[in-house]
Design a binder for this molecule. Sequence first.
Ligand SMILES: [Zn+2]
Length: 654
Amino acid sequence: MSLLPSDGAFGSAQRQRIFQIIVLAISVVYVGRLAWLQIIQGSVYKLKAEAQAIKQIATEPFRGMIYDRNGRAIVQNAPGFSITVTPYEFTDESCRRLSKILGVPDSLIWQDVQKSAKFNKFAAAKLFYGRDVDFEVISAVEEQRDSLPGVDLIVDPKRQYAFDGNAAHLLGYTREVAEAQLKQLGDAYSPGDLTGQTGLERAYERNVRGIKGLQYVAVNKNGQRVASFNDGKSDVAGLEGDDLHLGIDTDLQELAEKLMGSARGSVVAIDPRNGEILCFVSKPDYDPRNFSGRGGRTYYNVVRDAPGIPLLNRATTGQYHPGSTWKPLMALMAMQEGIITPSTKLPCIGGYQYGNRFATCHGGVHGMIDYKTAIAVSCNSFFYQLGVKVGLEKFYYYGSLFGFGQKTGVDIGEEKRGLLPSREFMDKHVGKGNWTNYVLMNWGIGQGEVEVTPMQLAAYTAAISMNGLWNQPHAVREIYSKTLNKRIKVSYESREIPIRKEYFQVVKEAMRAVVTSGTARLVDLPGYDVCGKTGTADVRKGQPPQSWFICFAPMNDPKIAMVVTGEGAGYGAAFAAPIARKLLDLFFLKQWPADVARDTTWTRKPGITPAKSTPTDSMPQRKGPFAKPYAERPVATLPRPATPTTAQPSAPQR
Ligand SMILES: [Zn+2]
């Protein structure tokens, strides 16, 4: 007996494929259960005979849940109902009535229906304005059923956020799949489906989206379901999306968002030992809740045009001069190149003369000063000199080693490279002969052409704390795969920066001195040996500077590395460092600051947690038209950052 039907047995190619997959899956697994096979075959033949009365409907899978590092569900699913429209059955009368029920002009409804018709006029697709409808709409649709051909209701889960914060740029949001995407993505989506647009919702879309199921239902003359078909035995179960387990500490996230308030800037904290992101804030932001369910389209327009560009992810795409936070790197390269030793002293006469130019030092005249003091008091003269002495090639080489000028490959949405200037860059953009090594003075203090993203700076701070171990930052640490029924660790890049460990130790001691006796004393948390560096980067003449603070702790057993920055927020010590202090208090001492309100009435709604099947080592059976072969499901691997240049540059200029 042939298990596959001959050509033309079932009207459409799609149905035939469905049949093939069902039969194939069954024949492999249920070899001994021919009787059941007969029933299925019988059903499908019956389906053909009652073509008008049986309809195939895709069922919505749950998107995967998102958990924080303590296993707290921060994104889950809530029940919802949405209206679907089958274009083939939809009439003018349906449109008029639906328009009244939903309070939406006919033309907008027709627009959506036509979009769906282009895709598949026989398939029920979600109507944008009929998403996540309330009880009144549901009962109106039910009451007028007979006059609403082609209109139906489906269970359509929506995202629910179970914490008091936004985590907007971390989580991202979902929106309706665009028409262009539909063509690319194939049968995994139909019009009206949601897809992750930014953040983790986008980066892990293929994991979290799940796989649609398929129901065969008996329908009335209007194409509306009246009963299940064949007691649901012919239905193909969907599969909920994979869960994401993050390194995020929700409390830290919540406090960081509150401390940043209305500022424009970012906070990124990383576990330096493995690159797991502990908190990730970009401000201003938006509330991802408003993208869930109804109103997502209008909310998008609101935030797109809002002041401060809330959609902009400043933590990964904001590019700024790093200012004095760059100085530890200058010291490391100069020591590794033998240009200075930890005890070398350089003069500060209130500035530094290079050729016919004189650049001033903020802190007055520091005299003969060693590098440790220079970092602690943030003497510019010392680092002007290091810039010039290190030279352009070595400057570029060591900057690359720390990942500057490249994407970190972090798994959160878009990312920019910042700017690590090279000779080629200067010749191309400034013009050969139009610049001199004077630029290196500015670069030595993290000004001029040098630009970094907060994410790059966080990874760099973490690498210093780990004596040169650079870990690729990542938000997701494990994926719970529903197809494999097990947790899969996300792999990430980890590399040793070829600079002697003792030099890192020297730099760490200097960053410790910044906190014990330098510009960031308010961050000194007794017992935790906090190391840090303030930065105040000039942006443009007349504009308030970029405020920076980088820190890590404890000095010799680092558990957190952090960057706090604010655009136009003034001195690093005034804006960024106090925020870092409060976050360190919470992280190490579990102390929530008394002056920051905490919404204790916030109810963490349970949401829907789909019942977990018993974990097994074997592959659960997947079947159905939406099922992808296992091989196509992505392996948990972060995009690789560009390999830093390892070619030895020409001899340093001494
Ligand atoms: Zn000085």
